[in-house]
Design a protein around this ligand. Sequence first.
Ligand SMILES: [Zn+2]
Length: 207
Amino acid sequence: MKIILLGAPGSGKGTLAKKITRDFGFPQISTGDLFRAIVKEDSALAREVKSIMESGALVPDELTIEIVKNRISQKDCENGFILDGFPRTVNQAKALEKITDIDSAILVDLDFETIIDRLSSRLTCPACGEIYNSHNYDSEICQKCSATLIQRDDDKPETIKNRLEVYEKNTSPLINFYSDRLFKVSSANSAEETYRSVKTFLEKFGE
Ligand SMILES: [Zn+2]
């Protein structure tokens, strides 16, 4: 099954993708990961992507779609895949339509107030990367390595609000674009509960 995953930062989209991959075997494909992998290669494409990324510009759509096309033609994508973070625009979605048939867009839905609360209570260990939540972790010291925990700039309420605004602006047109095959799931409850709904949907789809 060919899936696109839509959801705001902090919606629990990443956790959901991991569970789908675990049970259904569809690899999770994020363009960020693809770009990071490509620049390590020694090829003309790698050099092109690298110089674009170093200039701080966005990788153009034609190049991105070419990279996605290569990735989804690999053997592990035979039975399906999960695209995460791509397409970001309707133009990209239209280009994607030309190279593959997306079966479903899964929208992980969570109200922004809850997202802001979840993300702004997140504490990160700068040394080992472990993540804590100040709602249920009553210390400023990392349990694993004893470093002092910090709140990442990305997790500060003002930054979160900006990220959510950008998300909404970009994603609303995509929700429209995929309205004929959209599966909306709320992630207001536990990650397990969110996954259960999606699993039922995927199993029905496979019948
Ligand atoms: Zn640590």
